[in-house]
Design a protein around this ligand. Structure first.
Ligand code: HEM
Length: 193
């Protein structure tokens, strides 16, 4: 995993998150995070991680056909930069695994902070050395993106689920995990977080 350029999970290069583990616990409680969610989050990861490339085809198709979204991947000429899109995609595949399979501990919190910063002017475009005309991913799209990232995984869970699997429970756990992630990623943008 660490062979992917710019992937920094667990690295000392990640800034320590300003969000405490107590904050995280309280956020999880607010999302009604349960032991069942934890179990089904991990099971969802077993089904989704091997399908990451197919899932990314769907997400990148959506972003690619949405000018207001793909413009955040612009290069110096204002056009979508294929190398930038491809470099981020490799880390996005690992993110699917991390979202379902990592312990929600300090290293995980620090990784959320790092990726959050990479969506803001503080670190956007720096990891891949891109000279982008887009300085920041607008917070409103980051929040709204919870919906496509959630609803599009259902067919991927259903197609691989076994007789003992509960697809609805996996969908709930995935939805909560994405909402938790997007909430943490809003921190560097927002006063009064
Ligand atoms: C909940 C919503 C979102 C999730 C879970 C998500 C996920 C990710 C992930 C995993 C990465 C790679 C991070 C890394 O460097 O390891 C990334 C980077 C990026 N995402 Fe998002 N994203 C979200 C919303 C959006 C939206 C709505 C846009 C576009 C409008 C966007 C544009 C970008 C861009 C441009 C990068 C590259 C950042 C950089 O220069 O390092 N993201 N995103």
């Amino acid at each position: 995993m660490t062979q992917v350029p710019g992937y920094s999970y667990g690295s000392p290069e990640n800034t320590t998150s300003p969000v405490s583990l107590t904050d995280l616990d309280q956020l999880k409680a607010t999302l009604l995070w349960s032991d069942d969610d934890e179990r089904w989050r991990r099971r969802a990861g077993e089904l989704l991680t091997p399908q990451a490339e197919d899932i990314l085809d769907v997400w990148y198709g959506f972003v690619g056909s949405s000018p207001h979204l793909v413009s955040t991947f612009s290069g110096a000429d204002g056009q979508p930069d294929g190398d930038y899109l491809a470099a981020v995609r490799r880390r996005f595949a690992l993110w699917i695994h991390d979202t379902c399979s990592r312990d929600l501990d300090q290293a995980w919190l620090d990784q959320q902070h790092e990726i959050a910063l990479r969506h803001t002017a503080a670190k956007k475009s720096a990891t891949d050395g891109v000279n982008s005309t887009s300085a920041e991913v607008p917070l409103r799209y980051l929040v709204a993106f919870i919906v496509p990232l959630t609803v599009t995984v259902e067919p991927f869970l259903s197609s691989k689920a076994g007789p003992d699997d509960d697809v609805a429970a996996m969908m709930t756990a995935w939805f909560k995990a994405i909402t938790l992630t997007a909430t943490l990623w809003s921190q560097p943008y927002a006063d009064g977080w």
